[in-house]
Design a protein around this ligand. Structure first.
Ligand code: SF4
Length: 331
């Protein structure tokens, strides 16, 4: 059996649900009972969330023949990529490369993988099995947050990520989560470093989920997320370098180093606030409730949405500056 996001299942004709945005990648998930203890993930060893959840999304199970039948319709449904994710356990890790191979046999779509790998050899095995890209999720952007919420060492994981990025240039991705207690400076410094190594960085907002240890923690504040998203986008498009960003003493982003007019011009185009990561990955409603604040837009923004996002950035940069000023005045 293989799980797929409910939106993917609907797109492939395997489930009927109402959707206002279709996924442009088919999101598949192999395995239950992860041995990792990520405190933000319902699949984590210490979480009590339902097995069929990842992010905010439900992941019903299907047989391989059902998947095969569904994938026949993938391209006509607007699916441009397959993302195979795997929980970390012996069974899933052993079956993962064979499933990549099977997917390549039954579909001509590019396949990316997002599963725990222990070394470069395992990445090589995935590429040999037909993966087009391999993602090694860091998730946490500071050593402290990594240790606290995932367990282990960020430096070691980053070393593997970078060595893979150098061996397979332009074919490695990662995930970073905003809102795990890292500073904005830490998150953007890591983003800039990884972009320099040609890693595709998928930015997510921390989402408190039922059954996880972090269920009671707040998601990132809207203005903060838009600031990080704007800076990440401009770094990715090479419109800015990390050295241009100005941070306050507490690591908050105070300025992107350009005039407000230039900033708004650089961000226009309705793309800056969309889901980032591998090409054609839009992950609808992974972080957000339909009707609520949209952290990562799964489609291009409308004019009013873009105006609102840009307004939020301007207001939040002013607020950060004001707060920094009042902190200095109180010293
Ligand atoms: S960026 Fe998207 S397509 Fe790429 S590994 Fe992450 S979820 Fe999958």
């Amino acid at each position: 059996m293989i799980r797929m996001s409910a939106g993917t299942a609907a797109c492939l004709g395997l489930k009927t649900i109402k959707m206002d945005v279709h996924p442009t990648t088919a999101y598949l998930l192999l395995g239950d009972s992860c041995t990792m203890k990520c405190s933000f993930c319902p699949q984590g060893k210490e979480s009590s969330g339902a097995a069929g959840r990842l992010g905010r999304v439900t992941w019903p199970s299907f047989s391989l023949p059902e998947l095969e039948q569904g994938l026949e319709k993938a391209e006509e449904s607007g699916i441009k990529r397959i993302c195979l994710q795997g929980v970390r356990n012996e069974l899933s890790t052993a079956a993962f490369p064979a499933l990549v191979k099977k997917l390549k046999e039954i579909s001509s779509l590019p396949v990316c993988t997002s599963a725990w790998i222990k070394d470069e050899n395992e990445a090589a095995h995935l590429f040999e099995s037909g993966a087009d890209r391999v993602s090694i999720a860091l998730d946490a952007a500071s050593e402290e947050a990594y240790k606290q919420f995932k367990g282990g060492s960020l430096a070691q994981r980053k070393e593997l990520l970078i060595s893979c990025a150098r061996r397979w240039p332009g074919r490695i991705s990662t995930h970073l989560i905003c809102g795990l207690g890292e500073t904005e400076q830490e998150l953007l410094a890591l983003t800039a470093e990884l972009l320099m190594e040609q890693v595709a960085v998928a930015l997510f907002a921390f989402t408190p989920l039922k059954g996880t240890a972090l269920a009671g923690q707040p998601p990132p504040e809207a203005g903060k997320y838009r600031r990080i998203q704007a800076a990440s986008y401009l770094l990715r498009k090479k419109h800015l370098s990390f050295s241009q960003l100005v941070f306050g003493e507490n690591g908050s982003l105070e300025s992107l180093g350009v005039t407000p007019e230039m900033l708004l011009n650089l961000l226009k185009g309705k793309e800056a606030f969309c889901t980032s990561g591998c090409p054609d990955c839009n992950r609808p409603y992974y972080n957000e409730r339909p009707g609520g604040f949209i952290y990562n837009f799964p489609r291009l923004l409308t004019e009013p949405e873009e105006r609102e996002a840009l307004g939020l950035i301007t207001a939040s940069l002013q607020e950060v500056k004001r707060n920094a000023g009042s902190m200095a005045a109180n010293l």
